[in-house]
Design a protein around this ligand. Structure first.
Ligand SMILES: [Fe+2]
Length: 136
């Protein structure tokens, strides 16, 4: 598969200050995860994975506050990714994956999730401007 540049693009903006700020940081962390490291040292993956966990929980709390109707679908997608990430960490420990594959996978997943699912949160916020007070 062709290599993708792991960079932020304004087309990822969903129109929520909270979500956009965190997405930008997350993509930065994925980009900063080194591609070469001591074999089996999964700790280098942890900054990106820990921030993903934090972001998903914050994003879910936000969706709950604004009464977002597709919260459950989002929760399921978030859980699915976390399960895959944990198995990547395990595979890395066993020497079955590498940082290049990990970063590419994570970036592609996050990008697709932002474009297909998170964008809808922005659309919802646009039609419910009274909920903007929670967007901080
Ligand atoms: Fe999400």
């Amino acid at each position: 598969m062709a290599r993708q540049d792991i960079v932020w693009s304004d087309e990822f903006l969903v129109g929520s200050t909270l979500i956009d700020t965190q997405h930008k940081k997350l993509i930065g962390l994925i980009c900063d995860t080194p591609e070469k490291s001591a074999p089996g040292d999964a700790s280098l993956l942890s900054a990106a994975i820990n921030y993903t966990t934090f972001h998903f929980s914050d994003e879910e709390a936000f969706m709950e506050k604004i009464g977002y109707p597709e919260l459950e679908t989002q929760r399921k997608e978030h859980r699915r990714l976390m399960k895959i990430l944990r198995s990547h960490v395990k595979d890395y420990g066993n020497g079955e994956t590498n940082f290049f594959d990990f970063k590419q996978f994570m970036f592609r997943w996050i990008r697709a999730h932002i474009m297909e699912s998170d964008q809808k949160i922005g659309v919802f916020l646009q039609s419910h401007p009274e909920m903007r007070c929670h967007d901080k």
